[in-house]
Design a protein around this ligand. Structure first.
Ligand SMILES: Nc1ncnc2c1ncn2[C@@H]1O[C@H](COP(=O)(O)OP(=O)(O)OP(=O)(O)O)[C@@H](O)[C@H]1O
Length: 238
């Protein structure tokens, strides 16, 4: 792990292009009377195969960073390139399609469907995308194996531990082979041993699947697993 400064801004496409590139992003929230600058001129470039952790105190802008990066929120200023396309220029339906194709999410609390088995959780994104073919089924089995859950693939969420549910959440995020993996506080509900386990798994899967991974976290103990660590303070990266 190294403590890095934000990557220098370079136009996507110039040199080794970052899969994820935020350029001078500002996000203002609230109304005219009570305006908050949640992100303040943030520039960030993450190449394929890099695991970036972003840490910072409550209210520093971590959720805002993920929302903007994932195309869930449009910045007030700046551009957000994912796999070479500026999300801020897309219409809503185009952004949704681009997000589905290129971005995987790992949520704070796995967010699994109660009625589905672990294997079915992994098949669901492929089903929704109309890509539930032999290749998707094979990939789901490989990912179940990779996250150590092949032996529990027929269990439903209530039959799994918190750490096991989180591992399924990670495998599900990878099933459609996203270019960018966004991870929101993945260890907040886990004990220390399981937290380290998930952080190691994220690092390993970033390498194996060559994703540009961004994890926001309060958990300073898991930062060692990341390639780079950046700090957010009052919406600014340093
Ligand atoms: N809808 C909103 N309207 C106005 N201000 C908002 C809104 N959502 C968030 N904020 C403010 O924007 C800033 C950044 O919030 P954000 O949720 O991104 O921080 P965070 O680092 O994720 O916090 P936490 O760790 O507590 O989840 C905070 O000052 C917050 O109060």
């Amino acid at each position: 792990m190294t403590h890095a400064t934000p990557a220098p801004a370079s136009a996507p496409g110039a040199g080794a292009p970052a899969v994820l590139h935020l350029s001078d992003v500002t996000l203002r929230l609230g109304n005219d009377e009570q305006q908050v600058t949640a992100l303040d001129h943030v520039t960030l470039a993450v190449p394929a195969g890099q695991f970036l952790a972003v840490t910072g105190p409550s209210g520093s802008g971590k959720s805002s960073l993920l929302a903007v990066t994932g195309g869930l929120q449009t910045p007030t200023e700046g551009t957000v390139h994912v796999a070479g396309v500026d999300l801020t220029t897309l219409k809503e339906h185009q952004r949704t399609a681009h997000r589905r194709r290129h971005i995987g999410y790992v949520f704070q609390h796995a967010n699994l469907m109660a009625s589905l088995t672990a294997r079915e959780q992994l098949l669901l994104p492929a089903h929704i995308a109309g890509r539930l073919d032999t290749a998707a089924r094979r990939r789901a089995e490989e990912l179940l194996e990779a996250v150590g859950m092949a032996g529990r693939a027929d269990r439903r969420p209530h039959q799994l531990s918190g750490g096991e549910r989180q591992r399924i959440g990670l495998a599900r995020a990878l099933v459609l082979a996203p270019d960018v993996l966004l991870v929101d506080e993945p260890t907040s509900a886990l004990d220390r041993a399981r937290a380290h386990d998930i952080a190691r798994l994220l690092a390993e899967q970033t390498r194996v699947h060559n994703t540009a991974t961004v994890m926001v976290t309060h958990d300073s103990e898991i930062l060692d697993a990341a390639d780079h660590v950046l700090n957010l303070r009052d919406g600014r990266l340093d």
